[in-house]
Design a protein around this ligand. Structure first.
Ligand SMILES: Nc1ncnc2c1ncn2[C@@H]1O[C@H](COP(=O)(O)OP(=O)(O)OP(=O)(O)O)[C@@H](O)[C@H]1O
Length: 301
């Protein structure tokens, strides 16, 4: 059967059972959200599926059961992006070298490929010469995504990928991930405690509570009519919920980085216009109020 299929996964840390017999299926081309409060076991599922944590149970990718002996196969088909891009990028490696390293894991590099992957995540090719510390948090996360894309995986586990970013960078990264998903036909296991972002991103949602999945449903049903009392409590704890961009924009479009002296190509739509300084090369508005006024139009940076 096609897809990332996790069956009867159990993870123990000593006597503590962090994951208790969890099964979850990420069909090809879909985005499945994993939500739940802190400590419920979301990240442990992601780490176990990537063989970073020992587990019992069965994990298969497009019909092939994978084990710790199949790491090369697994890494070529499935990749993971973490909350903190600083931790996943080598601080001593220039951005371009870092992407090149990821490309060369499975194949020979084609000239211009580094630039191609920077382009895919909407970063200027000139950033290839910079070190991670010379980038913003949003730019670093884009580089982490570019590295993952360079391996050409079909499945990506995204673990709280926007949690460390400010609101405008969060919106831009979410838009980028959706764009890449539809363009490349990727499948995501999207781990988040933020129900707004989950609603924006996901087709299906699984709810974790104390190491177990207590509800799994398609996204709209989950938000309209949650079945489990814990799901209802989780939703009730959110002061305000957004909706998917297709219906009414939560995060809107992405403001492009200014490409020339005349500035951002969305400048005419940017209510933060007076704050925009073309000479500074970035949209200056990072104020959530501005984002709300713009219905979420957010600059990349
Ligand atoms: N290496 C470890 N050793 C011992 N216990 C661990 C380890 N990793 C995770 N745990 C425990 O397993 C449980 C699940 O942790 P996990 O990080 O998966 O939760 P989470 O839902 O991702 O939380 P958060 O949203 O805060 O990241 C927690 O009780 C945590 O303390």
């Amino acid at each position: 059967m096609q897809g990332l299929i996790i069956e009867n996964l159990t993870v123990r840390f000593g006597a503590f059972k962090a994951i208790d017999n969890v099964s979850i299926n990420v069909p090809p081309g879909s985005v499945v959200g994993l939500v739940g409060e802190s400590g419920s076991g979301k990240s442990t599922i992601g780490r176990a599926a990537s063989f970073m944590t020992p587990y019992s149970g069965k994990i298969s990718l497009d019909g092939k059961v994978v084990s710790s002996g199949d790491l090369k196969y697994l890494r070529s088909r499935m990749q993971m992006v973490f909350q903190d891009p600083t931790a996943s990028l080598n601080p001593r490696m220039r951005v371009g070298d870092s992407i090149q390293e990821a490309i060369k894991v499975n194949r020979a590099m084609v000239p211009g490929e580094v630039g191609h992957y920077l382009d895919m995540v909407h970063l200027n090719k000139e950033l290839a010469d910079r070190y991670p510390y010379e980038l913003s948090g949003g730019q670093r996360q884009r580089v982490a995504i570019a590295r993952v894309l360079a391996v050409k995986p079909s499945y990506i586990i995204l673990d709280e990928v926007t949690s460390a970013l400010d609101v405008s960078a969060q919106a831009a990264i979410l838009n980028l991930l959706r764009e890449l998903q539809s363009k490349l036909g990727l499948s995501y296991l999207f781990i988040s405690h933020n129900l707004d972002t989950v609603r924006f991103m996901c087709d299906r949602i699984a709810v974790m509570y104390l190491g177990r999945i207590v509800e799994e449903n398609d996204a709209e049903t989950f938000f309209q009519n949650p079945q489990h009392p814990y799901s209802r409590a989780l939703l009730a704890a959110v002061p305000r919920l957004g909706v998917r961009m297709d219906h009414a924009p939560l995060t809107g479009d992405i403001m492009e980085r200014p490409r020339n002296a005349t500035g951002c190509r969305f400048q005419d739509r940017c209510p933060a216009g007076p704050k925009f300084k073309p000479d500074r090369d970035i949209c200056r508005s990072r104020d959530p109020q501005d984002l709300m006024k713009t219905r979420g139009y957010a600059c990349h940076f």
